[in-house]
Design a protein around this ligand. Structure first.
Ligand SMILES: *Cc1c(COP(=O)(O)O)cnc(C)c1O
Length: 454
């Protein structure tokens, strides 16, 4: 119970919580954070937590990076705000677009800015609807995604998200089609090899396209590694199997790199890690290392040209947000890209990823109730199961992953419950010692909770 007038009580009274397990908050109170250093945050009661979730995947340079704050301050002093409508935009916006195309997998391209990842996906869908319409294919409007995908929360991006919780909003909207999640451990059938599973998913894609009619499909969106779906890397060869099917039917492949982009998988892009070149990239989260709300659509050459032709016809692209290409956001993003790529952060992910995997693997091997470890780079999930051999989950009413996460919180470690799994996606600045602290606290919490529920 919250003490009257406490921060926790004030939060409860006046603020609505998004994506929050209310029984946990009612019982424990919210954690009200005030500041941080490196990968740690502090709450109003003076308690320190190792934030193994990088805030919400995005604070990859930690919570007090001096260079990033200075870049923000310098731009606030120089020119604190502007828009990108009516043929005007800030110099920072021009520079960031150049940079994004330079570091993209594309030889050339074009960038459009939003305030979030959801809006970037929404924008991409509108771009596809607009260009197909302009090219005489107004029926090409359906969007293909996968179950367990997370693409955001606006009406369109929530429709792309493949999570049952969207039913409370009466979503998805018509014309958003969800294909099988490429999670072999969970969805592979009895006796089916991983390669056969991948081939089955490629066949499902082709059958879906033929059933719906290729001339009704606008695009296919996929995260290289599903993030908020529970850190699910694709089954082996997945993108190599689906991309030719999409190409055959002229369906653009959009890589939602909101989490994977800028270093999370060990390379600049997740598509690089998984060996494919998409038609466009969606970026946000790491783009500003969490210091500014910003998203970007990065179009590869073909889509950029086709969209440009569509825009030339009507002499305008009637879309944009007031703060699209905000100069402070762009200045921060320019600095963040430099910090991640040139100050050893991406390198640290590459160096320490095998250590992270080995440490989590050892925890799994010592536990009766971790069924799967999955991930890559600095994004991992441990899946709790009642029975390892049969992969039987714990009864949902036990809220096992919430209990593990809450116990971690008590121990000073922030991690995230997702379904029956625990997600760890620490900031890229994590040291070996901090990684060991994460392992120790996590294992203590797992042992405690499994002893209670098993
Ligand atoms: C977080 C996320 C989004 C949505 O971004 P917001 O900024 O929260 O709107 C979209 N796609 C992926 C892959 C994400 O992880």
């Amino acid at each position: 119970m919250n003490k009257p007038q406490s921060w926790e009580a004030r939060a409860d009274e006046f603020s609505m919580y998004g994506f929050t397990d209310l029984p946990s908050v009612h019982e424990r109170g919210a954690v009200i954070v005030t500041h941080g250093e490196g990968p740690y945050v502090h709450d109003v009661n003076g308690k320190r937590y190792l934030d193994a979730n990088s805030g919400l995947w995005n604070m990859v340079a930690g919570f007090d990076h001096k260079g990033l704050a200075e870049a923000a301050k310098a731009q606030y002093d120089r020119f604190p705000g502007y828009h990108a409508f009516f043929g005007r935009m800030s110099d920072q916006t021009v520079m960031l677009s150049e940079k994004l195309v330079e570091v993209s997998p594309f030889p050339r391209g074009k960038v459009f800015y939003t305030n979030s990842g959801s809006e970037a996906n929404d924008t991409m869908v509108k771009m596809l609807w607009f260009l197909h319409g302009s090219e005489g294919n107004p029926k090409r409007r359906k969007i293909l995604t996968r179950w367990n995908a997370y693409h955001g929360v606006t009406a369109v991006s929530a429709s792309m998200t493949g999570k049952p919780y969207n039913e409370v909003f009466g979503l998805p909207l018509d014309g958003f089609i969800h294909l099988t999640c490429p999670h072999y451990w969970r969805f592979g059938e009895e006796g089916e090899s991983e390669d056969q599973f991948t081939q089955r998913l490629a066949r499902e894609l082709e059958e879906t396209i033929q059933r719906e009619g290729a001339d009704t499909i606008a695009g296919f969106f996929a995260e290289p590694v599903m993030g908020a779906g529970g850190v699910i890397p694709p089954s082996r060869g997945y993108f190599q199997a689906v991309q030719p099917v999409l190409k055959k039917y002229g369906i653009p492949l959009i890589s939602d790199e909101v989490i994977c982009g800028f270093g999370r998988t060990g390379n600049t892009w997740g598509c690089e890690t998984f060996g494919f070149v998409p038609d466009a990239i969606i970026s946000s989260k790491n783009l500003t290392a969490g210091l500014f709300p910003m998203g970007a659509v990065i179009l590869g050459p073909e889509l950029a040209d086709r969209l440009q032709a569509a825009v030339e016809k009507i002499e305008e692209f009637p879309h944009g947000f007031t703060a699209s290409g905000h100069p402070v956001g762009c200045a921060i993003a320019l600095k963040a890209i430099d910090v991640v790529m040139n100050e050893g952060l991406a390198e640290n992910v590459r160096q320490l990823a095998p250590r992270m995997e080995a440490g989590l693997q050892a925890i799994m091997d010592r536990s009766e109730h971790i069924g799967e470890l999955r991930g890559i780079g600095f994004m991992w999930a441990l899946e709790a199961v009642k029975d390892k051999a049969t992969k039987t989950p714990f009864d949902g009413s036990l809220s096992v992953s919430e209990r593990i996460a809450n116990t971690c919180t008590d121990l000073g470690l922030i991690c995230r419950p997702l379904g029956q799994s625990i997600v760890l996606c620490p900031p890229f600045i994590l040291t070996k010692e901090q990684m060991d602290e994460m392992f120790d606290k996590l294992e203590q919490a797992l042992n405690k909770v499994f002893a209670e529920v098993a």
